[in-house]
Design a protein around this ligand. Structure first.
Ligand code: WT7
Length: 658
């Protein structure tokens, strides 16, 4: 056990050493690949797709861009994702390699080999088939972090059904909304989940969602028995996972699907309207999750990989369910939360499972920094973290001081810290350092991966010189990009290929700036009304509509306030139908409204602060002045130009909060 010395890490040594002998070894190798991708784009992607994926029928055409931006990749090839993630490893001598080390909330550890994982996937796939579920059907997955989560997703992939995973922190209403939009025929869930020592309901939330109407097509609910807690049972619809698995053989011929067959739909928040179902393809998506496992994470056969994300988000899809399995890695899956039973849990698990590649979110790092400041026993230096060789972050900008702490206190100055920028829509990493090539700079996700042509443009689509901030775009299609928004192709075209930019640039929705000398990218945050709360994407509009649907509320506006730990905190400005509450009433109503949002969307969307006013500050043309509300939320003096604001006095009321 070493002592804590917070002065040992000088800022200049923040430029960490690079690894030797990595998949892309050195800057020259990186540049050569970038060049190759630029000069022979199709050849570049073709070679990767032949090398990394096992095809049933090889493709003859790389890219079909005749109906841009609805691109098709490797379209006439056929394959199966679960075959690529599982069966392949039984043939390459890795059948008995551990695929997953699962650590439960209570510390109980279970492992499963590739052979065993394949058998479970086949059993469930057969059982789903027997219930009439097959090619193109949609299956909702509402499960805790578990081996079963991966089994469920892979079983869908095996029979060509599309999964749509909903994070366990979403409410019945959110689940229902997604279920209806996607047209689900089945749900795979658990009786309950365990997080931080508490049992939380899942099955009863599914039951509730299924009473809300429009879900008559849902004929099957598969229930994984996690806690044994009591649940209601519908004998015609519900079945136990262990029972249906036990009744099936452990082999199942995969459904060979076209490269472009949708692999899954994952809902995410946009700036307007309801959540959108981001649709990913089979081949292009799987290709990039495997390639980035190699390039960004330099994964090797003896690595132990741990991504702490939930399978309910894209990070859990790409870097738990698909990437690590496609590449045949051993990975850790964790059921619980980083602070239970104490904030040393992550470090203890790294030590116990000898994790060599660790991938987490800046929010988690910042909260663990805080915790280790007040309780030295949970400081990472108290644990044996020598197994680590690579550290990654994702989900939101990481501030240089958190980056440096991660590098110094967790990585001991030995492990490259990879700040990976990407999105639900991009399928895998877009801008990220390569651990053997890219000199690291805290606060920058550095350079685009080979094949990814990222740029910064102004509002008319004109590329800006380095040093000038603008809109982050991607100039050329890439295989793992989203294919469309489920059921709403126009929303896809307009939202991601906006006509104002010329219609041929992918708009990420983030602002960015490049360093004048190195060309390194720094992401400056969303340019739309999307908040990033603890690395979770939330639309301000969704929260506003949830608040506005409460009978007490006349009007609501939601903004983000920069927050040291969680990135952005949700601040809601509310005008009640009745008079503005007194201080004593305000707290009670605020609590009620928070609970309401928890019910409407989920606990993750509950506003941190709710402020009340007599009216909403608006321009004379009736637009809510969010710019001013953002300043008010930050506690800034509102001495700005108010000549256009109809009712400036209300801003003073909104300066107070409960
Ligand atoms: C948004 C995408 C990608 C998996 C998790 C989030 C922000 C993501 C970074 C990063 C700065 C980042 C962006 C992006 N973001 N990674 N390394 N640095 N910002 O996926 O829910 O689709 O959110 O997260 O704002 O647009 P998501």
């Amino acid at each position: 056990m070493s002592t804590i010395d917070t002065n040992m890490f000088e800022p200049e040594s923040a430029i960490l050493p690079l690894l030797k002998g990595t998949a892309i070894d050195g800057m020259a190798a990186y540049e050569a690949l970038v060049k190759k991708a630029q000069t022979d784009r199709l050849g570049f992607w073709e070679r990767l797709a032949r090398e990394h994926l096992t095809w049933r029928r090889p493709f003859t055409k790389v890219l079909d861009d005749s109906n841009a931006p609805f691109f098709k990749w490797f379209d006439d090839g056929t394959l199966n994702a679960s075959y690529n993630c599982l069966d392949r490893h039984l043939q390459d001598g890795n059948a008995d390699k551990v695929a997953i080390v699962f650590e439960a909330d209570d510390g109980n550890v279970t492992t499963i080999t590739y052979r065993q994982l394949l058998a479970r996937v086949c059993r469930l796939a057969n059982a789903l088939h027997e219930r009439g579920i097959g090619l193109g059907d949609r299956v909702m997955i509402y499960l805790p972090m578990s081996i079963e989560g991966v089994v469920a997703m892979q079983a869908c992939a095996r029979i060509g059904a599309l999964h749509s995973v909903v994070f366990g922190g979403f409410s019945a209403k959110s689940l229902h909304e997604r279920m209806v939009d996607v047209g689900a025929v089945a749900v795979i869930t658990a009786d309950e989940q365990m997080r931080g020592g508490r049992n939380l309901p899942l099955k009863s939330i599914v039951d509730e969602a299924l009473t809300m109407g429009g879900t008559d097509d849902v004929h099957t609910v598969v229930v994984y028995r996690r806690t044994g807690g009591s649940i209601l049972w519908n004998a015609t619809r519900d079945c136990w996972l262990h029972e249906i698995e036990a009744a099936q053989p452990d082999t199942c011929e995969p459904e060979w699907v076209s490269a472009e067959h949708p692999l899954f739909i994952l809902y995410t928040s946009g700036s307007t309207g309801t959540p959108k179902g981001v649709q990913h393809s089979t081949a292009g998506y799987l290709l990039w999750t495997s390639v980035t496992m190699k390039w960004t994470f330099d994964i090797r056969s003896d690595d132990v990989f741990w991504c702490t994300a939930d399978i309910g988000w894209i990070t859990g899809h790409s870097y738990i369910c698909y990437g690590p399995t496609a590449i045949g890695a051993t990975q850790v899956i964790f059921e619980g939360v980083p602070t239970y039973p104490n904030a040393g849990r992550f470090w203890e698990m790294i030590a116990q499972h000898k994790v060599s590649i660790f991938y987490t979110a800046p929010t988690a790092i910042r909260s663990l920094i805080k915790a280790s400041e007040s309780d030295k026993t949970v400081h990472p230096r108290r644990f044996d973290l020598r197994s680590l060789r690579l550290l990654g972050t994702v989900g939101e900008p990481i501030n240089p001081s958190a980056w440096e702490w991660y590098a110094r206190e967790v990585g001991d100055g030995r492990c490259p810290v990879l700040d990976t920028f990407w999105q639900t829509e991009t399928g895998g990493h877009m801008i990220a350092p390569l651990p053997g090539a890219t000199p690291l700079v805290p606060g920058s996700c550095t350079l685009p991966l080979p094949g990814i042509e990222a740029a910064i443009v102004d509002e008319t689509g004109v590329e800006l010189p380095n040093g000038q901030g603008g809109l982050l775009v991607v100039k050329k299609p890439w295989p793992s990009m989203l294919r469309t928004i489920w059921g709403n192709p126009e929303r896809f075209r307009h939202g991601y290929y906006p006509p104002e930019l010329g219609g041929n640039l992918y708009l990420a929705g983030d602002g960015a700036i490049r360093d004048p000398e190195t060309g390194y990218f720094t992401i400056t945050g969303r340019i739309d009304d999307v908040l990033n709360v603890s690395g979770h994407r939330m639309g301000t509009m969704e929260i506003e509509s949830a608040l506005a649907s409460n009978p007490l509320v006349a009007e609501a506006a939601v903004v983000g306030r920069p927050d040291e730990t969680i990135g952005e905190a949700i601040v809601a400005f509310v005008v009640l139908k009745g008079p503005r509450p007194t201080d004593a009433e305000a707290k009670k109503i605020a609590d009620q409204l928070r609970a309401w949002v928890g019910k409407e969307i989920g606990p993750i969307a509950k506003p941190k602060e709710i402020r009340f006013g007599d009216s909403m500050p608006k321009t004379r043309s009736g637009k809510v002045v969010r710019r001013l509300l953002r300043s008010v939320a930050k506690g800034e003096a509102v001495a700005q130009d108010m000549s256009t604001v109809e009712n400036p006095a209300v801003l003073h009321q909104f300066s107070e909060h409960v």
